[in-house]
Design a protein around this ligand. Structure first.
Ligand code: ADP
Ligand code: MG
Length: 699
């Protein structure tokens, strides 16, 4: 069995072992250099790689190849070409060239570009990312690629992600050199995303148009039981769910995704999967693939996998935890506090750089997780608040405190402390992982950014995080460059100390779910950008534009296009939700309610005809209650309908998004309030869709 699994793992990946086996030595070396150091790949190398890749893919059952990319929709896109090529004698051969491997030309006109690419400039191109391995899925060779416009602007999430990784590596290596660490040639960021999701029965799903169109239920009375018993979290897996998870694990392993941990989550029907961490761009690709495979495999088990951030009201929604760290090419985790003084200086510098980055660019971090779906979670006592702050844990806080105040650091027995020779206790995960309410928590040897929504690509938050930290490091480098010996030492000391003083306002170890924290954060001058339309305009702020432009992550055009796409996406999402709710009210719910009221009225009349003596007060009261709420419901739906019409007429995109946030979204909540109230009284047999009780407690 063990052998079977180790053989299965990565069996559908064109990974290092296959490359070494299939490629001539010099070609393998050249490709390895490109992968590890980002050097240019010559066409003859590409040709040789293409041939080997095709042979391997065909041997493994592939007939097609595709350039797989991540347009700004947040999903992945692919266009399949077969390997076949007709010959002059009417036969075919299987062919794949270096040119076809390196570059593709999909028609880009139907992908969002936020105005970059007018439709007459429809062409865009995809470019192979050799640092993320190709793999086989559905008899197709998938080649991870970046996606750009013909004029060279990035139309995807991979390009800026790779740029941000470069920027961070550049600045980190520079800093390491300054402090005397000459061995390091590159620094990579590592990411391990924990993915939450819901599984619902496919037959239930098909009966709810809100789930089909919007991925979430737009109304529905709470089930008598929710998550209050806390019996689902880490509970034993139900057989159907377990079968799904087993198949998912195997499929993930085959394509080289190291799926590691799986368990039930807090809400009923909610689960989580976490892989072992990887280089950021590979982790991002893998997370996209994981989400795809979750959906596909769920179908096979007669489930539907919901990745929406808030599929059901009243119980937890789904998020994604972005575990993030920095690692040198020599294998050192720069966020590991370590045991020796030299490494501690290094650790402290990188630690305070992250603190500075998060404080200075909190608005961009908030923006990086903003979406209509995630707005339901952030600040809703199930996910971190919209206020971005950092949890460090007691010991590390004490360490920073002692540096700032030039005190000796004491832990257990007296440990002497002075910058230059810190003795930092070796952290166990236990010491730092208890706070679950913080958006950005230090967890032993990495940070965990917990504000991400479950459905979104993890690329954007990592682009921002990498860029923000690169920026902090570049400021450090400017201060320390050219110094040496005692001067350097005291400059480092001063730098760490002043950074703590300046940015400690972002540190918060308390309960992030409380109102006190909201007040306190305001006092400290921290952002509390609650909704997507609140935060999006921050992207156009001069300092934020400069940040991305300075480090070569986005051009001004790319920033503006992204802003437009994000706004549009928000508006469209709420629009579809509003229309779906209106439709379901008129077509499904309100007609069910009138039918029930009708039947009840008829029942009362019939009872009365039998005998005046039979009491009917109970039915009459029930009818009165429903009828009066029905009036309010009908008025609320009408108001929603009117506001949708008004929203559609607004031409300014920001105003439009704001209008969809309020009043449209508030109208929807109002409709829901009455609908959920009435639904409690309506028998299931009258409802053309399954209720929360049915959906959440099915297996
Ligand atoms: P928890 O649920 O307690 O947060 P998990 O074990 O479920 O912990 O998830 C932790 C995640 O962090 C895993 O995906 C793991 O691979 C990842 N991780 C561990 N070390 C690093 C690191 N150095 N860089 C990035 N991610 C890491
Ligand atoms: Mg976690």
């Amino acid at each position: 069995m063990e052998q079977k699994i180790t053989e299965m793992y990565g069996s559908l990946v064109f990974g290092d072992k296959v490359m070494r086996d299939k490629l001539p030595k010099d070609i393998y070396k050249a490709l390895r250099k490109t992968i590890d150091k980002g050097t240019h790949l010559e066409l003859d190398v590409a040709n040789a790689v293409a041939i080997a890749m095709k042979e391997w893919a065909v041997d493994n059952g592939a007939t097609h190849y595709t350039h797989w990319f991540q347009p700004l929709t947040g999903f992945t896109a692919e266009k399949h070409d077969s390997f076949i090529s007709p010959t002059s004698d009417g036969e075919i051969i299987m062919e794949f060239s270096g040119k076809a491997l390196v570059k593709g030309e999909p028609d880009a006109s139907s992908f969002p570009s936020g105005g970059i690419r007018a439709t007459f400039e429809a062409r865009g191109y995809t470019a192979w990312d050799p640092s993320s391995p190709a793999f086989i899925k559905d008899k197709t060779l998938y080649i991870p690629t970046a996606f750009c416009s013909y004029t060279g602007e990035a139309l995807d999430k991979k390009t800026p992600l790779l740029r941000s990784m470069d920027a961070l590596s550049r600045e980190a290596v520079k800093l390491l050199k300054i402090i005397g660490n000459d061995e390091v040639e590159s620094v990579i960021t590592t990411v391990g995303p924990e993915q939450e999701y819901f599984l619902v029965d496919k037959d239930d799903y098909k009966k709810r148009r809100d789930l089909i169109f919007t991925g979430r239920t737009l109304f529905g009375a709470p089930a008598p039981k929710g998550q209050e018993m806390e019996d689902h979290y880490f509970g034993s897996l139900r057989p159907r769910v377990s079968a799904f998870m087993h198949e998912l694990d195997e499929e993930l392993w085959k394509v080289g995704i190291p799926a590691k941990t799986k368990h039930n989550e807090v809400a009923p029907c909610q689960h989580e999967l976490a892989p072992v961490f990887d280089t950021t761009n590979v982790a991002v690709d893998h997370n996209q693939l994981t989400m795809e495979l979750m959906k596909k495999i769920a179908e096979k088990h007669n489930f539907v996998c919901l990745l929406h951030e808030k599929p059901f009201a009243g119980i937890n929604g789904s998020g994604k935890h972005n575990n993030w760290s920095l690692s040198t090419n020599t294998g050192v985790n720069l966020l590991d506090p370590g045991k020796t003084p030299a490494e501690n200086i290094q650790f402290l510098l990188f630690l305070v750089a992250v603190i500075k980055a998060v404080d200075e660019h909190a608005d961009m971090l908030r923006l990086s997780v903003a979406s209509a779906g995630n707005d339901h979670r952030l600040g809703a006592n199930e996910a971190p608040p919209a206020i971005i702050s950092i949890f460090l844990g007691e010991e590390l806080t004490a360490v920073l405190d002692s540096i700032e105040n030039e005190k000796f650091f004491k832990k257990g027995e007296n440990v002497q402390m002075g910058v230059g020779a810190q003795v930092i206790p070796h952290f166990t995960k236990d010491n730092t992982d208890r706070n679950r309410t913080s958006p950005f928590a230090f967890t032993g040897n990495k940070f965990e950014f917990r504000s991400l929504g479950s459905s979104a690509s993890v690329a954007t938050p990592n682009i921002v995080l990498n860029t923000a930290v690169a920026d902090a490091l570049s400021q450090f480098n400017k201060k320390l460059e050219g110094l040496s010996g005692k001067k350097l030492e005291s400059a480092i000391h001063e730098l760490i100390k002043s950074t703590i003083t300046k940015h400690k306002r972002v540190l918060f170890d308390g309960n992030g779910y409380t109102d006190e924290w909201v007040k306190e954060a305001k006092k400290r001058g921290l952002y509390n950008l609650k909704s997507t339309p609140d935060v999006l305009p921050r992207l156009l702020d001069k300092s934020n534009k400069e940040l991305f432009i300075k480090h070569g992550i986005y051009s001004e055009t790319e920033i503006e296009s992204r802003y437009e796409i994000l706004l549009e996406n928000y508006t469209k999402t709420i629009h579809i939700e509003a229309c779906t709710l209106k439709d379901m009210m008129y077509h499904d719910f309100m007609s069910a309610v009138t039918k029930y009221m009708d039947d009840t009225a008829e029942h009362i009349v019939r009872k009365k005809t039998v005998s005046k003596e039979i009491p009917v007060t109970a039915e009459e009261n029930m009818l009165k209650t429903i009828a009066s709420k029905y009036e309010s419901l009908a008025a609320a739906v009408l108001k929603l309908e009117e506001d949708i019409a008004k929203a559609e007429k607004i031409s300014d995109e920001l105003k439009k998004a704001k209008f969809y946030h309020d009043p449209v979204l508030s109208d929807m909540e109002e409709v829901r309030k009455y609908a959920d109230y009435i639904e409690q009284y309506i028998p299931d047999s009258y409802l053309p869709y399954p209720t929360y009780s049915k959906i959440l407690f099915y297996v």
